[in-house]
Design a protein around this ligand. Structure first.
Ligand SMILES: [Zn+2]
Length: 137
């Protein structure tokens, strides 16, 4: 059977120290368009979102949010980048991190967290992604 877009690839990923705290790295190369890792967690209600202090909320729709704070959720270690090698895609209420270009072995994975998150949490402290940092330019 043909491989479908959201079939998870069997990639060896590793959590380790990156320039911005912990990050998720790939040990091997990843082809463009691959489904790299799923953002997993507990589905929480609107009222729970309101009361939650989790830093790992991922809104999948107006009424559904995933709380990905569990350690089993490798995708929570994927950092923000303004020039990312991945993108998060929502499919049937699930969130997948997809490779938006070919990724080399050893690269850190990153996706763009989006304008809302950026303005609220990243901009005030200054973005530390490779694109925004002086040494990355
Ligand atoms: Zn940036």
């Amino acid at each position: 059977m043909a491989k479908r877009k959201f079939d998870l690839g069997d990639f060896q990923l590793e959590v380790k120290r990156s320039r911005t705290g912990l990050g998720l790295f790939t040990l091997g190369p990843i082809a463009k368009g691959s489904c790299v890792v799923e953002y997993t967690g507990r589905l929480i209600s609107e009222s729970e979102v309101y009361a939650s202090r989790s830093k790992y909320l991922f809104e999948v729709s107006a009424k559904k949010t995933i709380d990905g704070r569990g350690k089993g959720n490798l995708a929570r270690y994927v950092n923000h980048s303004c020039r990312p090698n991945c993108e998060a895609e929502i499919w049937r209420g699930r969130v997948f991190v997809m490779a938006r270009r070919a990724i080399k072995a050893g690269e850190e994975l990153a996706y763009n967290y989006g304008a809302d998150y950026f303005t609220r949490y990243i901009q005030p402290k200054g973005c530390r992604c490779l694109k925004c940092s002086p040494e990355g330019a």
